[in-house]
Design a protein around this ligand. Structure first.
Ligand SMILES: NC(=O)c1ccc[n+]([C@@H]2O[C@H](COP(=O)([O-])OP(=O)(O)OC[C@H]3O[C@@H](n4cnc5c(N)ncnc54)[C@H](OP(=O)(O)O)[C@@H]3O)[C@@H](O)[C@H]2O)c1
Length: 330
């Protein structure tokens, strides 16, 4: 059976994406066939569609690391035909045909039931970005962090992960300081719950020094590089930074052991891709209940798959504010 998908091809003039046809037989063997309703746009989708070999090795390929939809075929297992499910991460959209196709076929262990209280479309306003933001907040809370300990820094604050983290932290009663390179987004960040906003450069001041004046009770970092180095060097005694991204740089060249051994700070690694499905399920439950961020404000746009090539360019240039929902079947 033929179905529609966004297909990225390697051409003489680079990687190009277009709407084309695939067949169910083209999908990998798996236990569950899901008809996709919505997907979303993440930085990693744009990397896949632009031929980044660390994400996708062979083309033609259908990107889309997120999908929500309904089970159409299921072998023996926990899911039945008609169940609403979410799939994020693992190999979806990387080297397995992803959520920008009408259908995905995946192992049952990759699927989470759509939690009660969350509309399918809202699940994709959140997507991998929302899940990652929730994991960062969870990592900080696991250290015993409380709102009365002081300000929490969020870097890359207008991006998908950053903006969702700002909203969740604010909802949980934390004072959030957002770091952004977008001067025009300050009002929007305040609407999401940031109590203060600083420019990217401010955080880079003095990062060559071994330590900086302690200020932050915690940090969620989506940027890496000297931004994360600056955050670690200015954490208060015993406090922690959750590190999930590399939008700026993967390097920590300007970091020494001093913040760790003199201030007892912690660097908490966060991965939303390979972690066990049960943990993903717990996070989705929180996102559907006590932690639901301000979805209306977070949503930047709903786009058709045919519009994605221009959005890939925008997100790679750091030019997207909030979350983009991709309509598949709707
Ligand atoms: N660990 C995981 O499981 C996981 C999961 C999801 C995403 N990630 C990673 O987390 C990062 C953020 O993902 P996302 O989906 O939120 O991406 P995104 O929507 O593109 O947001 C990234 C944000 O970082 C800031 N930024 C971009 N380039 C920068 C630069 N050169 N220097 C400093 N800041 C820069 C921008 O925010 P401002 O303009 O506001 O500064 C941008 O909006 C990416 O690196 C992504 O690969 C990791």
């Amino acid at each position: 059976m033929a179905f529609k998908a966004l297909i990225t091809d390697k051409t003489d003039s680079g990687y190009q994406s277009h709407i084309g046809e695939r067949n169910l037989e083209d999908l990998p063997e798996g236990e569950v066939l899901v008809k996709v309703a919505y997907s979303s746009l993440n930085y990693k989708d744009a990397l896949s569609a632009s031929g980044n070999k660390g994400v996708t090795r062979s083309f033609p390929h259908t990107p889309g690391i997120d999908a929500v939809g309904v089970v159409e075929q299921a072998a023996n297992g926990p899911f039945s035909v008609g169940d609403a499910v979410i799939c994020t991460g693992y190999d979806l959209g990387m080297n397995t045909a992803g959520g920008y196709g009408d259908y995905i076929r995946v192992p049952a262990e990759w699927l989470v039931p759509l939690p009660r209280g969350l509309q399918p479309r809202d699940a994709m306003v959140l997507g991998t970005a929302g899940l990652t933001a929730a994991l960062c907040v969870e990592a900080l809370l696991d250290t015993g962090l409380q709102p009365d300990q002081g300000e929490i820094l969020v870097t890359g604050a207008t991006g998908g992960v950053g903006s969702t983290a700002v909203s969740i932290l604010s909802r949980l009663g934390f004072q959030v300081v957002a770091v952004t390179g977008k001067a025009e987004a300050h009002d929007w960040l305040r609407e999401l719950g940031a109590s203060d906003i600083i420019g990217r450069e401010a955080l880079l001041e003095g990062t060559e020094k071994p330590m900086l004046k302690p200020r932050w009770a915690g940090a969620v970092d989506c940027v890496g590089g000297d931004t994360l180095v600056g955050a670690l060097k200015s954490l208060k005694y015993g406090c922690s930074a959750a590190c999930c991204g590399l939008a700026g740089s993967p390097s920590l060249a300007n970091l020494s052991v001093f913040p760790f051994i003199l201030r007892g700070v912690n660097l908490l690694g966060v991965d939303s891709v390979e972690l066990p499905c049960e943990v993903k399920q717990q996070m989705w439950q929180l996102l559907a209940s006590d932690w639901t961020p301000d979805l209306k404000t977070l949503e930047a746009a709903e786009v058709e798959r045919a519009d994605l090539p221009q959005w890939f360019e925008r997100i790679l240039a750091g030019g997207v504010r909030g979350r983009v929902v991709v309509k598949v079947a709707g």
